[in-house]
Design a protein around this ligand. Sequence first.
Ligand code: MEV
Length: 437
Amino acid sequence: MTDPIPGFSKLTKEEKIEWLSNTYLANNPEAKNILQQYWNPNANLQQLHEEFTENTLSNYYLPFGLAPNFLINNELYAIPMATEESSVIAAASKAAKFWGKRGGFKAEVLGTQKIGQVHFMYQGDKSKLPDFFLHVKPRLLETVAPLTKNMEKRGGGVINLELRDKTTLLGDYFQLHCTFETKDSMGANFINSCLERFAETFKAEAAVYENFSASEKDIEIVMSILSNYVPDCIVRAEVSCDVKELADHEMSGEDFAAKFVRALKIAEAEPYRAVTHNKGIMNGIDAVVLSTGNDFRAVEAGIHAYASKDGKYTSLSHADVRNGKFRFWMEIPLALGTVGGLTGLHPLSRIALEILQKPSAPDLMKIVAAAGLAQNFAAVRSLITTGIQQGHMKMHLMNILNQLNATPQEKEVLVKHFKVHNVSHSAVEEQLEKLRS
Ligand code: MEV
């Protein structure tokens, strides 16, 4: 057991690493070097990264790659993806190529509204609250005017403000349920600032409201926070083609379509499969969300909640065949920004948005949804034809070779060898041993 360290955050980066090396990494003489090796030689860039968060010791790299040839609403995009998972970018590119020849992705934003709530407790006469709310509502909107001024110029702001009685869920629990439009910003700071201002004013006005008794005047504000559940900030992405155009791996188009739809029905019916199916979608979504400096935790939380909006966790995507036409689509909630937050601050996010031709937030929603659907198509296509391991292990080969410390020459020989042989950890090990002997 080590003793707690007081004032760790006050230490310099070097002192923090020194303490860490002595305390938790004493048996690893390389640890300090490894941490330092990831410092950027450009001091300004390093400082920028250190200031993104606290107690920074080093930088944690992820590959930043590109999936080109994405035809979305008749525009060709190259999509930047940050991911560590082998085969994700290859799969996205392959699916993009496949659908590029069949009309591409059609994507449409169905809504852009976001929600925030002031959660409060009120123990008085319930019938007095709606009147108080009507009385205080203009004042609430007035107090956020300085915060909403700029957002309103961009066409956003507070869209709606409601009082909600939640006492059937929890005794004395009420909400101010607020709807926001935040245009090209994800809007978390804007929403939270508005909510905190609402809460302050709401409490202060209650304290002097003449129809409240002394105890009723004492409303308890529990918290004010945006919701990452955004079922009205929705994008739909779809691909479609004649069934005949789906012939694949010695399967007729009809058989492929039928098996694909069946695989989707399984994901709709069975939560164990749905989670993995949706994880495949998130492989594409997270990679673009991350590359563009957006909040992938918010996106993950919101999307998975949406996947269980009808009371049971289910597939986010769906497929059908009608009149000889195959359709594959999904609708997902996505709260994204293309201004503010990390988007303009992280040099690679800036580049990612430039690669995407500086999209608006709704445009980015369409691109991200297309990437998710492409990823899902690629995964299910593999699953119902060759199986996932063939493609995955091919892409994973380099990781195995690196684990086994293969030299560049050895890698070259073995990559060639495994172009025509099945990859498995033991097969690679065996071939490498053979080569070395
Ligand atoms: C692996 O990262 C993702 C898949 O499991 C998705 C799926 O099963 O649909 C291949």
